[in-house]
Design a protein around this ligand. Structure first.
Ligand code: 13P
Ligand code: SF4
Length: 319
């Protein structure tokens, strides 16, 4: 605790001195979320992180999350300096969608509108017509469908399948997945639901179809947090990264939040959902980045004008 207080003090001073603001995702270590809140930054889902970063007047944004979040911030504000605690924090969806293969897939279906999840590289965004996050994917695909458009969707097949089921849109899916959400297990979740019959089941749509089918609420991180706050029930089983519990508990201190099982027998939870890349964001790494200016996010300037278009569309659509 003493060491944490020392980090908080040093990082706050550096943020102020450098006219910088901290933007953290709900999956980050709770200490980083707390620090972002205490220093006038923000803790948010990937959509609101993008909007906050773009609109904030600070010259430096420190993005605690994974690489695509830092790149999105840079694409939306090329004139700002974007730092991250680490540049190694990637995402299995981004890794599983190399631009050349994805572009070739798109080229085979030139009549289709290309919709990509925010969890992609700048180069993949530059190939897309739309970028979406899980907060707005359903609405955006619905409106494209109303326009008579057929869709190429990448990279998350589970989210894509979910949207396809909900909207009936004509979508060709890329075969990508989130290694964290893919671990949720139906059988164990059912056992847990039997143990807590009164519990509401909250599921992020990066989870497999059979897990989504067990959900009472399916939604992005911010939507799940809102449901946990607004619903009158007192117990929630939550199928997403455990970093989200910080905000849920903060907003509803009296309620009980249980981690959905990812492995193990019955309802026992052996390895709980935690994104290894999100976990690379530490106070130490954050301070080091601020002190040395290392881990600055750079995006190929040739990609920026192309990648900003589908991102801007998303922000306009959701504003
Ligand atoms: P949200 O957009 O729901 O915050 O989730 C994005 C995500 O998976 C970050 O890893
Ligand atoms: Fe990517 Fe999944 Fe980690 Fe989110 S939780 S950053 S989707 S690997």
């Amino acid at each position: 605790a003493e060491q944490q207080a020392a980090y908080f003090e040093q990082i706050s001073a550096e943020l102020e001195r450098q006219n910088a603001v901290l933007v953290a995702h709900y999956y980050c270590d709770p200490v980083l979320q707390e620090l972002a809140e205490k220093t006038g930054g923000c803790v948010a889902d990937s959509l609101e992180m993008a909007r906050f970063g773009r609109d904030h007047k600070a010259q430096t944004l420190v993005v605690a999350g994974v690489r695509f979040m830092g790149e999105t911030a840079k694409i939306l504000s090329p004139e700002k300096r974007i730092l991250m605690p680490t540049l190694e924090a990637t995402c299995s969806l981004d890794l599983g969608c190399p631009v050349q293969e994805f572009s070739a897939f798109c080229d085979q279906h030139p009549e289709r509108t290309v919709v990509v999840y925010a969890n992609t590289s700048a180069a993949v965004k530059a190939r897309a017509d739309w970028v979406v996050t899980s907060s707005c994917a359903l609405e955006i695909v619905e409106s494209l469908m109303d326009n008579g458009e057929k869709i190429i969707w990448g990279p998350d097949k589970h989210l894509g399948r979910y949207i396809q089921r909900e909207t009936g849109a004509d979508m060709l899916l890329w075969d990508g997945a989130c290694i964290v959400h893919e671990e949720f297990k139906t059988q164990q979740l059912e056992d847990m639901m039997a143990l807590y019959p009164e519990a509401v089941v909250l599921v992020h749509p990066e989870s497999p179809e059979a897990v989504i089918e067990l959900a009472d609420v399916v939604g992005s991180t911010s939507q799940l947090i809102r449901a946990s706050q607004e619903m009158e029930q007192q117990t929630f089983i939550v199928a997403t990264d455990k970093g989200i519990f910080y905000k849920m508990q903060q907003l509803s201190p009296g309620k009980t939040f249980i981690e959905a099982p990812t492995a193990g027998e019955g309802a026992s939870c052996r390895s709980c959902a935690s994104c290894p890349w999100m976990a690379m964001n530490t106070l130490e790494a954050l301070l080091h980045s601020l002190q040395t200016g290392s881990n600055e996010v750079l995006v190929d300037p040739a990609l920026v004008p192309k990648a900003v278009k589908p991102l801007q569309r998303m922000l306009d659509f959701t504003s």
